[in-house]
Structure formats: C-alpha cells, structure tokens
Design a protein around this ligand. Structure first.
Ligand code: ADP
Length: 320
C-alpha cells in the first residue's frame, strides 16, 4: 500500500490545515477540505490548488474533494408523476443531460428508492459511490451528469422493502451528498404521493416541481393528485409535460395517438400551470434509454423534445 503520509502533510501545509482525511484507492484520492468561512472564489481556488498538488504525487490519477462547510445552496427540482410507467425517469435523466448541454450545472438524484432505474438510463450500473466525511460522492453518468441512485448501493434486482423512515433516510443520503459543482439537482421522485414524496417536500424543500403524465385521463387524474401534493406544501409548479403523445409510424410516417393527445396541455390550462412540452412516443427513445444512451445526448432530432423542455426550465431558473 502506498504511504500517503507525506502527501497528507504537504496538502495540510498547503491549505493551512484545511485538508484532511486523505485516502488513496486505485489511483483515486479522496480528501476532505474544510472551506468554512471562505467565499465561492476562494473555495474554488483552494480546491484547485490542492487538486493540482495532489496529482503530482505518484499513484494519484484522480482527486475527489469533499468540501465541508455550511450546506451549499442548490436548487432542487422534483420530477413527479401520479403513477409509474409514464416516463418520469426517462424525462428526469434526459432533462439533466439537456440542461448540462445548455450550460446548467445539473445533477440527478434517483429518489425512486423502491425501483431505481437511473443507473441503467445513464449507463452507470454496477458503479459504487466513494464516500468521505460520511457523505457520498456522485458518480458521473452518461452525458457527464453527476448522479446518485439507490441502484448504486444495492445489487441489481435486489428487492428493497424498507419502511418509510428508513427510506426517508436513504433519500437524505442521496440528496445531502458532496454535490460540489452542481447547483441544480433534478430529483426523480417515486410515483404516487406516499411517505417519500412527503419527506422530500418537507425536508429538502424543492424550489419547483415538474409533473409528467401520459395524455390519457387516468394518468391525468393521478397527475392531478401529484400536483396537489406540491401545491399544498407550497412548492411552486414549474409546469406539466406530456409524454408518449403522437406516435410516428416508422413504416408509413402516419401519426397516431395511442394514448390520446393534448390531455396534459388541457389540464395545465385548467389549473393555470405552464405547459412545458410534449415528448413523442418513439421506439428510438425506448431503445436508446434501455441501452444507457440518453436521447438528449444524441443528435439534434433525437434530443429536440428534451432540449425544448430544458430550455424552458433554464428560463424558469433564470427568472427566479
Ligand atoms: P416511470 O419513471 O414513470 O416509471 P420510465 O421513464 O421508466 O417511467 O418509462 C417506462 C417505460 O416507457 C420505459 O421502458 C421507457 O423506456 C419507456 N418510455 C418512456 N417514455 C417513452 C417515450 N416517449 N417513447 C417510448 N418509450 C418511452
């Protein structure tokens, strides 16, 4: 094992004893940097200096710095639906990718504790997060998205049968990770309106919520319940997204609407919420998603519906 005592001493000296807890594993050095009392620029400069110096040390290929201070300010956006299978995870993953393409420093939390699908969607299955100072570091998924999911902590296919409070704690661990460099956190909520949703809304106070629904009525009734969960808790509704609308036949090009069309837009109008856009039902979206290649990271045409929603979210962020 490499003796990192000399490196630790050097980093401590360099940072006026703010750097500590260094650990080196498979070329990855993790360390804790106390940045309390420093302004944003001073923090960034100190972290850059420590990283630069650490990389000079033999055996260090990557440096992960956990900055401890008062909680960093992050804008949390919850993506929710009234029921499962309507494309909430697909939208969350692609929204994070699309926002990053637009220059927003977005990260992703998979709060779908009981059925995490983000590791598959963003090609980070099987990766395990490192931790320092009792907090996890995000994993970098497809499209460069920093992300954390329960799926990174349990074996694939393992049933998760937690009771409410434990699940709430697990969610907090994902949200309160070392999200340095991320200032907008997209949270893929579990479907429905249960304990986790409540704990998310009460403890982590999202700045806004996006509700996704398919066009059919049943999904919309459920979506309306999801809407009231947020509005009752005082979380502003950013808007509604309609998914699986307008299927383009790959053979003849005819557009059909297997799940109807326009339902979410009409619902948005009736509750006075913005309508953020429509994602078509497309085999390409499903295939690319299953293969861990988010369409939002692809060519212009594939990415377009997600980029359109992301552009509106970026505008919403800028208006705040
Ligand atoms: P949820 O998170 O709401 O349960 P998912 O995002 O996991 O839903 O989507 C459910 C299934 O539907 C997945 O197989 C996904 O690839 C597929 N899907 C989602 N949106 C679309 C779409 N617009 N076109 C085709 N398939 C889609």
């Amino acid at each position: 094992m490499t003796d990192i005592a000399p490196l630790s001493a050097r980093l401590s000296e360099l940072s006026s004893a703010r750097a500590g807890g260094a650990r080196l594993r498979e070329g990855v050095l993790t360390l804790v940097l106390d940045v309390s009392g420093l302004g944003e620029q001073a923090r960034a400069d100190l972290a850059a200096l420590v990283e630069q110096e650490a990389l000079k040390f033999e055996g260090v290929v990557q440096v992960r710095i956990a900055q401890t201070s008062e909680k960093p300010s992050m804008t949390i956006i919850a993506v929710a639906s009234g029921k499962g299978g309507v494309g909430k995870s697909t939208l969350s993953a692609n929204l994070a990718v699309a926002l990053r393409r637009l220059g927003v420093r977005a990260g992703l939390v998979d709060a779908d504790i009981y059925g995490p699908s983000q590791p598959r969607l963003l090609a980070s299955e099987g990766q395990k997060p490192e931790a320092a100072d009792k907090r996890m570091f995000p994993i970098i998924g497809a499209g460069g998205v920093p992300m954390l999911s329960m799926g990174h902590l349990v074996e694939p296919g393992q049933a998760i049968a937690w009771r409410g409070p434990m699940a709430g704690n697990a969610l907090s661990q994902l949200v309160d990770a070392h999200w340095q460099g991320v200032n907008v956190l997209i949270v893929d909520m579990p479907p429905g309106t249960g304990d986790i949703q409540l704990s998310m809304v009460q403890k982590h106070k999202p700045a806004g919520a996006i509700i996704i629904s398919t066009p059919q009525d049943l999904a919309l009734i459920d979506a309306t319940r999801a809407v009231s969960l947020f509005t009752q808790a005082g979380v502003p509704l950013i808007g509604l997204v309609e998914n699986m609308a307008g299927y383009v036949c790959p053979h003849c090009g005819e557009i059909s609407n297997p799940f109807g069309s326009g339902g979410a837009e009409a619902e948005a109008a009736s509750i006075g919420a913005p309508f953020l856009g429509r994602i078509p039902l497309s085999i390409d979206i499903r295939e690319a998603s299953d293969a861990g290649q988010p369409p939002a990271a692809g060519s212009e045409a594939e990415a377009a519906p997600f980029m359109a929603v992301a552009t509106q979210i970026k505008a919403w962020l800028e208006r705040r």
